[in-house]
Design a binder for this molecule. Structure first.
Ligand SMILES: Cc1cc2nc3c(=O)[nH]c(=O)nc-3n(C[C@H](O)[C@H](O)[C@H](O)COP(=O)(O)O)c2cc1C
Length: 173
């Protein structure tokens, strides 16, 4: 099985989660993990499983104005304003026959909404078969860092995803 993990990250937290998920997936899959800036469009035919994640901004996926706002808040985010998962998904092409899953990072607050839910809906709309419910990983403040234990939780989710994907008939296990 070939897996592609695509992430957007302004302050580095979603990247850490994406890399941990990729490590978990690698128990059963050949994995490529790429920032949304360099992620291929359309998704190559060789990819069986697409895992897409980004930070929750303003109750959903980032937009150009929320990325600019992040860049004004912290220089770590300065390079990441051009393309987010929203824009990548718009160019990813139909995903019929592909397996997929969505994740996000989210502040531990009572703020509603999640980027993962929006990514999940978009992946379904593109025709992908969702292998696991959209998943959130938590940061302790609006600019991170990741809450303790979240990296390990991401790794375990990656292992679970690989098992769920391998169990789907018709895809390489
Ligand atoms: C402009 C902006 C809007 C945000 N809106 C939300 C929000 O609606 N809900 C939430 O839980 N976190 C929100 N956050 C916090 C982000 O989720 C947090 O920065 C992100 O998870 C960190 O991931 P990253 O390091 O990969 O960028 C917001 C952050 C920024 C910069």
């Amino acid at each position: 099985m070939h897996a592609l993990v695509v992430y957007e990250s302004m302050f580095g937290d979603t990247e850490q989660v994406a890399r941990a998920i990729a490590e978990g997936l690698s128990t059963r899959a050949v994995v490529r993990v790429v920032s949304v800036d360099g992620a291929p469009t359309p998704v190559p035919d060789t990819v069986d499983l697409v895992v897409v994640g980004g930070p929750t901004h303003a109750f959903g996926m980032s937009r150009p104005n929320t990325r600019s706002s992040a860049a004004r808040q912290d220089e770590r985010a300065a390079g990441g304003t051009d393309r987010g998962v929203r824009e990548w998904l718009a160019a990813a092409g139909p995903l019929h026959g592909r397996l997929a899953a969505a994740f996000d990072t989210h502040a531990r607050t009572r703020l509603p909404g999640s980027a993962a839910g929006a990514i999940d809906r978009r992946l379904r709309h593109l025709g992908a078969r969702i292998v696991a419910p959209a998943h959130s990983f938590y940061v302790t403040g609006m600019q991170g860092p990741l809450d303790s234990g979240e990296r390990d939780r991401a790794l375990r989710w990656g292992v679970d995803l690989a098992e769920l994907a391998a169990a789907v008939p018709g895809r390489a296990g």
